[in-house]
Design a protein around this ligand. Sequence first.
Ligand code: BG6
Length: 477
Amino acid sequence: MTTQFPENFLWGGAVAANQLEGGYNADGKGFSIQDVTPKGGIGQGGHDADPLITQDPTEDNMKLIGIDFYNRYKEDVKLFAEMGFKVFRTSIAWSRIFPKGDEAEPNEAGLQFYDDLFDECRKYGIEPLVTISHYETPLHLSREYDGWVNRKLVDFYVNYATTVFKRYKDKVKYWLTFNEINSILEAPFMSGGISTPKKELSKQDLYQAIHHELVASAKTVKIGHEINPDFQIGCMVLSMPIYPLTPNPDDVIQAMESDHKNMAFADIHVRGAYPGYMKRYLRENNITIKFEEGDEEALKHTVDFVSFSYYMSICETADPEQKKRGEGNLLGGVPNPHLQASEWGWQIDPKGLRYVLNYFWDRYQKPLFIVENGLGAVDELIEGANGEKTVEDDYRINYLNDHLVQVGEAIEDGVEVMGYTTWGCIDLVSASTAQLKKRYGFIYVDRHDDGSGTLERYKKKSFNWYKEVIATNGKSL
Ligand code: BG6
């Protein structure tokens, strides 16, 4: 490939605390909403919370043990370093720091764990990239406050963010405020800790919760920059190009309106105010957002960069018959007749990544960071040629290679890309389906959905492939 990736390009991998750490009640940690998610997950689209939040964690929840990263992180970080990672994206489990979420003082043992983890990364020259909230709202905040519907969450979150900013100000430079903040539209429980069942949640409450998250995010950006002016603080959105199914202008407008619902989140983070199309949507749906004094000012504290996940594109149509075909799909959308899907029905579209990078760049002229991209697949552990166990995951290599080629194309187009972190660089528990069978990693972890397995780690074929990509700064693609 001829593209030159920038010299300081941040190659790496991404995970989230609740999907790999385990140690769900270790060292004073409180329960998060993920600890009560039963086997099978909350489903693609992340539906109802109602049966979940009243019970305590049950043993069949794969996330309680995860891949035991809490105890094995040194071994894992060493493997990341062997691949040449420049950056490692993880999240801080909010309920390790504030077990219930509404305390004034943090849990020292929880803070110490991340000190140790970040030190371990830095030992190898790996820069941590930290998501402050990744689908792991403390359970108490969900049960007692209905999550982000309640204004009080703003202060709890800001207190938590301030605590970790101060504690890690010399260890962490790159921060993300909320993982896939726009996913609250589809998954109000997983994304927003909202315990009201989705079918009973009014648009008024949903958009008020969104407002609270946006205000909390902007306040956090302001405070972060005061604590350390060198901090780079980004928003994180789920990106998904929405193509019109046909050239019919009705389909084009339908696609635009769906896109607006998603883009509002990044627009507010970058431009510091509600866009006109969103005000229209709120008006026409009789939603009145309660702005508290200072909110408008707070929103003006905009992000340093825009980060996003990218897994798929979807199509939109105004035709109700065609629309039905999309029902049951992750995040809606009608299947694209030109694309193949993964085993979990996610439509694979490498060129969509070039498209999305250009789209964000043209819209914002802010540095972009691809902080999630990858293929969830069933892997088979076999005996390799050298006698060591491995996985011949050419399908994963092809997927990642195709996407990275398109990142190169976008760089050729003039887009400023800061870095790329593959999702689930080590096998972990799926967010939507809570399975370990759906693997993303370069490193295989011997743990299975029936709870069996040694937790041993094995390098897949893609491990060496990625190592080469990083070593050549993308020239081997
Ligand atoms: C993103 C989330 O939506 O997709 C991750 O930020 C998640 O937490 C990833 O793991 C892949 O989804 P899944 O459901 O396959 O784990």
